[in-house]
Design a protein around this ligand. Sequence first.
Ligand code: AMP
Length: 294
Amino acid sequence: MAGRHAHAATSMAIVTDPEAMRAEVLAARASGRRIGFVPTMGALHAGHVSLVARAAEACDDVAVSIFVNPTQFGPSEDFARYPRTLEADVAAVEQGGARWVFAPQADAIYPPGWATKIVVDGPARRFEGEVRPGHFCGVATVVCRLFLTVPADVAYFGAKDWQQTLVVKRMVCDLGLPIEVVVCPTVREPDGLAMSSRNAYLSAEDRGRAAALFESLTAAGRSWQAGEPVAAIEQQMRTHLTSRGIAVEYAAVVDRNSLEPLTTPQTPAIAIVAGRIGKTRLIDNHLLPSRSGG
Ligand code: AMP
């Protein structure tokens, strides 16, 4: 995957210094190259690789960041045990055609005395924002920092983290950040489970149960098209998940742009779920087709 124009350099660079990263991207842009950026926390899977491929198709050069961002994890969350597989990640990204991996240490992103945070309201308020207080502040803060460090033309995010895409787009708009945000489809396992670095936590038994998230979403899609009321669809989702041993955190059908309750039958909708299987927390969503009835 060579991008719009093949690049003379064949081997990918691993950059750890933010200033050096920024200088590289600015120099490439100054020579007329279009730069794509894929921010990740590593432990890369086919979902991440699809973002790199999409970026490589549309851009001349691609930067992929690998940074397990401490500020988006709550104190009792999985920051310490989050999978870290840098060597394999670098190989996957290089094969995907990236020009740079940006893999900073935490103190390069958060310098000594760090005291600046970005707080997004609106789409950050409900769902993940309620269950994980501070999560989107950590996400917005690091994404803003990364956008300034990797001043790309366009950044690629996965629809799997739908609420995150809304938060990032809101921030980009509100701060006037000069970057385009592209949202790419969720890549799934054959049984429908959305690929996630956290799937590695699942025991074989829990892995079997995890397909229930996708099942509940596709069933919601069918009920939606059959014209069933939102409350009934949400209840069906909860019932299905609970029957498969998943502790439901939320299961909702809402406005896909605001994540607020639907106001009209024509409002573009999304079904979103979050639940725990044992100690593992998984989220997923499904864009619902338009329907004419209530
Ligand atoms: P993460 O490493 O979990 O922070 O994810 C980095 C990026 O990859 C985010 O934009 C995610 O939404 C995206 N991503 C994660 N899983 C998938 C998936 N299964 N399909 C598509 N994109 C994904």
